[in-house]
Write a protein that binds this ligand. Structure first.
Ligand code: TXA
Ligand code: MG
Length: 336
């Protein structure tokens, strides 16, 4: 059993000491729980890939305490990047910028760039302050599985490989950060996430969306396929994304559902009449922010019910709906 500790000053110190020695520590952020390692120590970073069984071509996000710490990680921070940091940090925006020499190649899969963000969570920030060095952290789940939005999710995923889990309650945003590349003239969203495209465009002007490889076609050997493998974020139970909101009518539909128990992940309340299986509702009122915050917890619960299939209702693709639909498409594309 990995110890789950409350974020007291003593435990934060303990966690920072573990990280300084090159050990792994799971900690809360506003998006999902991260599996952290000292960002400047290659052998510590290697442990992340080992613990997650994550392929080495998938680079990590480096977490910083503030823009000054970002300057130790990035070779250059131009005016556009500064503006985005000032406006959205701390928060669920990861910026891809030229990397500083201090960042080892294993953190970035040999890329000339580094993904960096300042999390908006008091425990994450207190931990970074106690460390005094940047902490690389992917989501604290085995590669390709559901992301953790509570300490108990992390504890259920791992029984070795990390020294401790800091408990910071439920993650308020609930989907991973938006990853924005600032390499070219037009910023590119590499992964839809907790900050909406609309919010970014209001500050940075038009941004483009990298072609979503959800479903098929992503080359898993391509280092720039960031978190974009089609089968990411998968529950163990097969998941089918419904073509439109509401239950297929008539229900059960034809072609029929497979033999066995079926659960429903609904966008909004009330529970649809005529559905007998377990139902999780993302947001009673149909609020996309609330739906994002509940997404992984609802999927974790449905996944724990021994179902044969999860039906998922689509959500509108505006605001955080873009990130939710991205995660649902990837869960639906998973090979079981
Ligand atoms: O909200 C989040 O971002 C969470 C919390 C823990 O902060 N972290 C997270 O990390 O989602 P992870 O490792 O699951 O996703 C990081 C993604 C990967 O898909 C990776 O490919 C991409 O960021 N990435 C990292 N460095 C990159 C780079 N230099 N260029 C392009 N993509 C990069
Ligand atoms: Mg992840």
């Amino acid at each position: 059993m990995i110890p789950v500790l409350q974020p007291t000053p003593e435990n934060l110190r303990l966690a920072a000491d573990c990280l300084a020695r090159g050990e792994l520590v799971a900690f809360p952020t506003e998006t999902v729980y991260g599996l952290g390692a000292h960002a400047f120590r290659p052998e510590a970073l290697a442990r992340i890939f080992e613990a997650k069984r994550r392929p080495f071509f998938d680079p990590l996000i480096v977490h910083v305490e503030d823009a000054a710490m970002a300057a130790r990680v990035c070779a250059r921070i131009d005016a556009r990047a500064r503006l985005l940091m000032e406006r959205f940090w701390p928060g669920p925006l990861t910026l891809v910028l030229p990397k500083a020499d201090a960042v080892p190649g294993i953190a970035v899969s040999g890329l000339p760039t580094v993904a960096v963000r300042m999390p908006d969570h008091p425990v994450a920030l207190a931990l970074l302050r106690a460390c005094g060095f940047p902490v690389a952290a992917p989501s604290a789940n085995p590669f390709g599985r559901l992301s953790p939005t509570a300490a108990a999710h992390v504890a259920a995923h791992f029984d070795e490989g990390l020294s401790l889990i800091l408990d910071g309650g439920h993650c308020a945003v609930g989907v991973e950060s938006t990853i924005l590349s600032l390499e070219g003239e037009t910023p590119v969203i590499l992964r839809a996430g907790g900050l909406s495209r609309e919010d970014i465009e209001a500050v940075a002007g038009p941004v483009s969306l990298s072609a979503s490889p959800s479903g098929s076609g992503a080359d898993p050997g391509r280092p720039l396929a960031p978190g974009q493998l089609p089968s990411h974020y998968a529950p163990r139970t097969p998941l089918r994304l419904l073509p439109r909101p509401g239950l297929p009518s008539p229900f059960p539909p034809s072609p029929p559902l497979p033999e066995g128990a079926t659960g429903l992940l609904a966008f909004r309340g009330p529970v649809p009449a005529g559905f007998a299986g377990p139902v999780e509702i993302l947001s009673d009122a149909g609020d996309l922010r609330e739906a994002a915050a509940n997404l992984f917890a609802c999927l974790h619960r449905l996944d724990g019910r021994g179902l044969d299939l999860i039906l998922a209702e689509p959500v509108p693709e505006t605001g955080l709906g873009l990130a939710i639909m991205d995660r649902l498409r990837k869960a639906a594309a998973a090979r079981h």
